[in-house]
Design a protein around this ligand. Structure first.
Ligand SMILES: C[S@@+](CC[C@H](N)C(=O)[O-])C[C@H]1O[C@@H](n2cnc3c(N)ncnc32)[C@H](O)[C@@H]1O
Length: 403
């Protein structure tokens, strides 16, 4: 079935699930639409494709972004006593460009010490995306993954790529082995794809927003409020910070994002030499807004419009990630700081100035200026995106730029 028709199959599936078992949570809807093993959006589409993609991310916009993350990594590696065995881990690596740029920057800044990075572990739900990552990371032509069993929790692809590094792909973070050495873990626009529950505060307390079929328009979907509390609405009501909400407010929580944050903490804590994590995403501390939205072809569309043909996302609640990390008792969290603060303190403006000084080409100069603005301006990505760090509990310093 062609990509243009696939959404009809997704919608038919959603209908049969809902009519059989009743309205589904927004989180179940997101999970079904985004990562269903047969026809999930991320499993079948190339959302970051240059020509036909639906959205663009910072690593795609400019190489300077990955260079800054690489520069941070080098400084942090030096401050941590230059551990001789280093792993990189990335959650949801997209096209693989961020990891590519971090490796390039790490190897060029550390020169002969570069071969300390021996293994890179990538957590990716989509075989289509992992094939693209395989090629971006210099492993050669990607093998056919159409028969990969996505329900199995083990390494499903390996390759040897740039700088002689071994690359490993997994479906879930919990499938990673205990890592020997020091670990740097990155997640960029990963947590915003995690299935999110939505609730509304009514006179009777928090009620969960559910997705139901439409009686009057049989091929459409609609939101309904659960008439009673759900297990999730009770859990949400027990979280710190929800008590300031007023009747009518919409609350959101992604228990899967919290679980992933705990797994990140566990990965750092069980790496034999400890480690650091950097999490980049749009979001904020606790707010009572409806942030559930869909993007197709760089336009915002309705979340029920042709499900499976558009990306679905919600803002990340950094308070919830901090709660989950603290609950693990395995790491110390830092931030979040704004992307603007992080990139400017990493030296983005100086890098942009150096690039501008190296070219007289008007088009290239305009593009450097435009991308610097997009990454750092408060009205663009500068303040909507936040950066949070985690260090293993034995770290002897606050990570660079988080002091
Ligand atoms: C919004 S894209 C971000 C890509 C990349 N980090 C970037 O910023 O360009 C989300 C990425 O996470 C992957 N992904 C989404 N849900 C996932 C899940 N539940 N488990 C693992 N990977 C997932 C997608 O296939 C994609 O690579």
């Amino acid at each position: 079935m062609g990509g243009g028709q696939l959404w009809r199959r997704v919608l038919a599936d959603l209908h049969s699930v809902i009519t059989t078992t009743g309205p589904m949570s927004v989180a179940s809807y997101m999970k079904h639409v985004l990562t269903h093993p047969l026809h999930g959006y991320y499993v079948r589409q190339k959302p970051l494709d240059n020509d036909r993609g639906d959205f663009v991310t910072s690593p795609q916009l400019s190489q300077m972004f990955g260079e800054m993350v690489g520069a941070w990594t080098v400084k942090e590696w030096q401050l941590s006593g230059k551990p001789t065995s280093v792993n990189f881990v990335e959650l949801g690596p997209g096209t693989g460009l961020l990891m590519h740029d971090i490796i390039q920057s790490f190897t060029s800044l550390t020169k002969q010490e570069a071969n300390v990075v021996t293994d890179v572990h990538l957590v990716e739900a989509s075989p289509v995306m992992s094939q693209q990552q395989y090629e971006t990371l210099g492993c050669g032509q990607a093998p056919d993954l159409s028969n990969v069993d996505l329900t199995r929790n083990e390494e499903y692809l390996t390759g040897r790529g740039h700088a002689g590094i071994n690359f490993h792909w997994y479906r879930h973070l919990w499938a990673l082995p205990k890592l020997p050495g020091f670990t740097f873990l990155y997640a960029h626009e990963f947590f915003d794809t995690m299935p999110t529950h939505q609730f509304q505060l009514t006179e009777d307390g928090w009620r969960e927003r559910m997705v139901d079929v439409c009686d009057e328009a049989p091929h459409q979907l609609r939101f309904v409020l659960s008439p009673k509390e759900t297990v999730q609405s009770k859990l949400y009501a027990s979280l710190p910070l929800v008590r300031t909400a007023r009747v009518g407010d919409v609350g959101e929580v992604s228990f899967e994002a919290m679980e992933q944050a705990e797994l990140v903490a566990h990965t750092l804590a069980t790496s034999t030499m400890g480690g650091r994590a950097l999490i980049f995403d749009y979001g904020d501390t606790t707010k009572f807004d409806d942030t559930f939205r869909a993007f197709r072809d760089h336009q915002q569309v309705h979340v029920f419009d042709q499900p499976g043909s558009a990306d679905l996302t919600t803002d990340v609640n950094f308070d919830h990630l901090l709660v989950a990390a603290a609950r693990s008792h395995q790491v110390v969290s830092h931030g979040p700081v704004t992307q603007r603060q992080f990139l400017l303190r990493c030296g983005l403006q100086q890098r942009a100035d150096a690039l501008l000084a190296s070219t007289t080409d008007a088009k290239a100069r305009a593009s450097i200026e435009k991308h610097t603005r997009m990454l750092t301006d408060p009205d663009e990505m500068g303040e909507r995106f936040k950066v949070m760090a985690m260090t293993d509990a034995n770290a002897d310093h606050t990570p660079v730029l988080f002091d």
